[in-house]
Design a protein around this ligand. Structure first.
Ligand SMILES: [Zn+2]
Length: 292
């Protein structure tokens, strides 16, 4: 806690964040996080990390959610409503944080836990893009939390990027497999929590003190065996209370409570602010920086 306070004081003078580690835990709704033992995330809270309840966008699905996370735009603006290759999934068609980092002549390393995310986002702005695919099992190996943590440690040790984007797919995969809130999914959350602990340890080992921030969020929650299901009669979400609330946890810099509710569209503006990125005049977020 004292170390973090010293960092916060230093940031008001000359020290600056050089690396932001943005962690998206796919499918980690706030209810699942609150119900799970997560000692590593709790340890971050003990070191002074701040936490806000936030909400994702509607539809609460992986691609619409992540495009909102990385573009700062809601689905009616970014138009990425489709979630699967078989539904006609296309490349992201609005500028994202990856483009902004590249435009500032900085480096992104992205570790993708699902092939479709890399398909959508890997448009040339990401200098180091990682996904593990095998014959017959496809991207399944890249869903293992330990694999993602190992890639993160490699990236931080060799040539630390300005933006390290880590996508943990395991909690969502186990939610679809065994149900949101199931014991199996809770175990998956513990495994991702342990992997986050490895990422934090690597950051402390390889990066200078006070030079990095870690933001942990998600794309949606879920209920039963999925998320985003709609009532055919009304067209509304069947369970918005389970699907929409997500965590927003920031370590290494301050976090302010916004007017209204924090949103997934606040992610990209917050990261841009932490890295002090220059933002072109034509850039129009719908989100706000939650870092003062
Ligand atoms: Zn998802």
């Amino acid at each position: 806690m004292l170390a973090l306070l010293a960092c916060l004081a230093a940031h008001e003078s000359e020290a600056r964040i050089r690396t932001v580690i943005l962690i998206s835990v796919d499918g980690l709704g706030l209810a699942q996080l609150d119900a799970s033992p997560v000692p590593e995330i709790k340890r971050l809270m003990g070191l002074g990390a701040s936490s806000l309840p936030a909400v994702t966008v509607d539809p609460p699905r992986t691609i619409p959610g992540h495009v909102s996370m990385m573009s700062g735009l809601r689905p009616e603006r970014h138009r990425s409503f489709v979630n699967e290759r078989k539904e006609g999934l296309g490349k992201v068609n609005v500028p994202t944080l990856f483009d902004l980092v590249a435009a500032n002549r900085l480096k992104t390393t992205a570790v993708f836990g699902k092939e479709k995310l890399r398909f959508v986002f890997d448009t040339g702005a990401i200098q180091d893009s990682r996904l593990r695919e095998w014959p017959f099992v496809g991207d399944f190996p890249s869903r293992f939390p330990k694999w993602v943590a190992r890639q993160a440690a490699h990236a931080l040790e060799r040539d630390p990027p300005a933006l390290l984007f880590l996508h943990f797919a395991w909690v969502d995969t186990m939610g679809h497999w065994a149900g949101w809130g199931s014991g199996t999914q809770r175990t998956a959350i513990q495994e991702v929590d342990a992997a986050i602990g490895e990422v934090v340890a690597a950051a402390h080992r390889f990066l200078a003190p006070c030079s990095f921030a870690i933001l942990i969020t998600s794309d949606h929650g879920g209920h039963d065996g999925s998320h985003g299901q709609r009532d055919p009669a009304t067209g509304g979400l069947v369970d918005p209370v389970a699907d929409l609330p997500i965590p927003f946890i920031l370590y290494g810099a301050g976090l302010r409570a916004p007017e209204g509710t924090a949103s997934i569209v606040d992610t990209a503006p917050t990261v841009a602010r932490l890295l002090r990125l220059e933002i072109p005049g034509a850039w129009r977020w719908q989100g706000r920086s939650l870092s003062p």
